[in-house]
Structures are given as C-alpha cells and as structure tokens.
Design a protein around this ligand. Structure first.
Ligand code: ATP
Length: 242
C-alpha cells in the first residue's frame, strides 16, 4: 500500500535520512522506532510531501507520489497526524472535524462526523467544547478523528503519545489497536518503542537516519540489545551502554 524506497532527505548540508526503505502492506500496523533525532519526523514529512527527498521514491497505492504536494497526498489517501497535533484550539471539536471534511459534500460530511462521534465517545461528550480545553489525550483523539475524516488508505501518526499522562498513553494505544483491528493501514513513529512494537505487525529501527533493524514487532520488542538502560525502557538506545 505504501512503499518508501531508498529515500535520502536533507536539510541543506544535514542528511536526515540515508537510503531509507519502509513498506506498509494493506491492513498492516507498522511502527518506526528510534531515539531523538533519528529521522522519524523527517520520514513522515517526506512521505506527506512536506519535504522533498533528494533521492528515492515514495509510492502510495501503486502511484509514484514522490515530491507531490501535501494536498495531492491527502487526495491519494495519505493522512498524517502530526507531532503536537496542530488542532485549532479556538474551534470546537465539531468545527475542527467539519473543517477536515470540507472537501466532501454535506451529506457525506455528516456521515463522517456521525462516525467520529460514535467511534470517539470522549469527543461526542465534548462536541461543542473549544479544542483548547481538551486534555492532551483528548486532543490526540481529536487529531486522529480529524485525520480519519479524509478516509485515508494509510493513516500515519507522528509520536502520538508524546507528552501524555500514562493513562492517556494507554488510551492512545487502545485507539491504534482498535483501528488496526478494523483493518486500517497504519504507520506510526514512536519513541515509546516497546509499546509501539508490541502492537505492530512489523517494525523498523531508525538511528541517525538509517534503518538499522527491521523485523516483526514481537521480534524487535524482544531484542534487549536495542533498548538502552540509560535512555529508558521505552527508548531505543543511541549507543550500547558501556
Ligand atoms: P524527534 O523525536 O526529536 O522529533 P526524529 O527522529 O523525529 O526526532 P527528525 O526531527 O526527523 O528526528 O530529525 C532528524 C535529523 O534532522 C536530526 O539530526 C535533526 O537535528 C535534523 N533536522 C530536523 N529538522 C531540521 C531542520 N529544519 N533543519 C536542519 N536540520 C534538521
């Protein structure tokens, strides 16, 4: 469904991704894990058309979308839940979602809004509340619901649990598990590596812009050599502890 093929992305002289290849099959949940600065956000932004790769290709549903504009990517079926969520704090939950459904007709938009209400019970309760009043976990659910308004073929999430309270981290992982069980195709990048890998069909470890390991989520999660005692149990270490 989504193929990132040998992609190199630079910020001027800084090479943030070097020859990275990642595949996501239809219905799969794939996790990309790695420490700060590994290139996880750069990878998603490259797929989303926010950054142009210097080398390599991005193929979505068999169509080469390398370097396409973000709006083209959305039309092609890619939706990104960005880091820090970027919801409109002054608009209500309903308005944030309606805005995301602006490109479809009124009846279809209403159907999608109803679906979001049913799927995210917490959003239904706060439907007319300004998004700025939501907790971090609620805002993250709104960001996911907003991404689903475009009926994406691939849903990508950038660090969805970043900065959340432990109980909300559980909620976000439950949402991901539910979406996966319903057949959504999901690419998630996370620093919360063990949790993300436990959920994932397959995973990739990214370090300083390169894929250094890839396997089933369960197999990567069981590799203690990937996890550094100094950084924390969830994080993939930059260097082995000495
Ligand atoms: P984090 O979890 O901290 O967001 P990440 O794995 O998402 O890390 P990226 O944000 O993709 O990593 O950064 C990858 C590399 O590119 C880092 O070395 C970072 O310093 C560099 N980088 C990121 N954004 C820019 C930029 N706008 N200009 C120059 N270098 C950048």
């Amino acid at each position: 469904m989504l193929r990132v093929d040998d992609v190199t992305t630079r910020y001027g002289a800084v090479v943030a991704l070097r020859g990275v290849s990642v595949d996501v099959a239809e219905g799969e949940l794939v996790a990309v894990v790695g420490p700060n600065g590994a290139g996880k956000t750069t990878l998603l932004n490259t797929i989303a058309g926010l950054l142009k790769p210097a080398v390599g290709r991005v193929v979505l549903g068999g169509v080469d979308v390398t370097g396409a504009e973000p709006a083209t990517l959305v039309r092609a079926g890619f939706a990104l839940v960005p880091e820090h969520r970027r919801i409109f704090r002054d608009l209500t939950v309903a308005e944030n979602l309606a805005l995301a459904g602006i490109t479809v007709g009124t009846a279809e938009r209403r159907r999608r809004l109803d679906e979001a209400r049913q799927r995210f019970e917490v959003l239904a309760r706060k439907w007319d509340t300004a998004a700025g009043y939501l907790s971090g976990g609620e805002a993250q659910q709104l960001a996911v619901a907003r991404a689903l308004m475009s009926r994406p073929r691939v849903l990508a999430l950038d660090e969805p649990t970043l900065g959340l309270a432990p109980v909300m981290i559980d909620v976000v992982f439950e949402v991901l598990a539910d979406l996966h069980a319903q057949g959504h195709t999901i690419l998630v990048v996370e620093q919360n590596a063990r949790r993300a890998l436990a959920l994932a069909d397959r995973g990739y470890v990214l370090r300083t812009g390169r894929v250094t390991a890839s396997d089933t989520g369960a197999a990567l999660g069981a590799r203690d050599d990937l996890f550094g005692a100094f950084i924390g149990d969830g994080d993939v270490s930059v260097a082995p502890p000495s």
